[in-house]
Write a protein that binds this ligand. Structure first.
Ligand code: HEM
Length: 195
């Protein structure tokens, strides 16, 4: 028997933000991990492309930071739908940890990137999609601080990759094994007609 509901309990805005942030996060993870192969290239054209990708990477990343703050505001203001009643205590704990983990990473990954470029003695400016210069954080420039922030940025990015795998596995389990409406709440086209 399908445990479907007829309407998603998430607002259109919450669903849109979920998918836009997911796309930007995955794009920045892929772009970030590919960066070094451009920057370390001996071909000047590839190097130049690498610097253009960094500017885009920073712009998308700062956008993730802003959209996540908006999404958190909506979540605090409108609450969130309850998890299905058939979930066990352990499943609920895992689901909550994954969701809070995402919020933490969606704030901390861009923030550590911002600290990295703000503290960098190289002092490269950050142009938000070429529209205006994004300010640096008011912190002292230091190779050590910038290097530590870079390490944190990379470790958190790998944690995000692990969390995405867990999150997708959970969503697929809900849809194909539990046959409940959890995935359909975020992809309304998947909604099953109530049996
Ligand atoms: C969703 C947000 C973001 C994600 C998922 C992300 C992810 C990544 C990843 C995976 C790397 C490669 C790490 C490595 O292998 O060393 C990277 C590098 C980098 N990120 Fe981000 N990032 C984000 C936001 C930002 C922001 C907001 C900034 C700065 C304002 C930033 C600045 C940088 C820089 C400068 C590098 C290159 C470091 C280097 O190799 O010199 N990132 N990022």
């Amino acid at each position: 028997m399908s445990r479907a509901v007829d309407r998603s309990p998430y607002s259109r805005m919450a669903i849109t933000l979920h998918w836009v942030i997911a796309l930007l996060l995955i794009g920045n993870l892929v772009g970030g991990l590919l960066l070094d192969s451009f920057l370390d290239s001996s071909d000047p054209a590839m190097k130049k492309l690498g610097f253009q990708i960094i500017q885009l990477h920073k712009s998308f990343g700062l956008t993730v930071l802003l959209l996540t703050l908006l999404r958190l505001g909506i979540r605090v203001g409108s609450g969130f739908p309850p998890l299905p009643s058939h979930m066990t205590g352990l499943e609920r704990l895992l689901a909550r940890l994954t969701h809070y983990g995402f919020y933490a990473l969606l704030l901390l990954i861009p923030f550590s990137g911002w600290v990295m470029v703000s503290a960098s003695p190289l002092g490269f400016p950050t142009s938000w999609f070429g529209l205006f210069e994004w300010p640096h954080l008011p912190i002292a420039t230091s190779k050590e601080t910038s290097g530590a922030a870079s390490e944190v940025h990379e470790i958190l990015a790998w944690l995000a990759i692990g969390l995405i795998a867990l999150h997708v596995a959970g969503a697929l389990k809900h849809h194909f094994f539990d046959r409940d409406d959890v995935l359909a709440r975020m992809i309304p086209a998947l909604r099953r007609r109530s049996a």
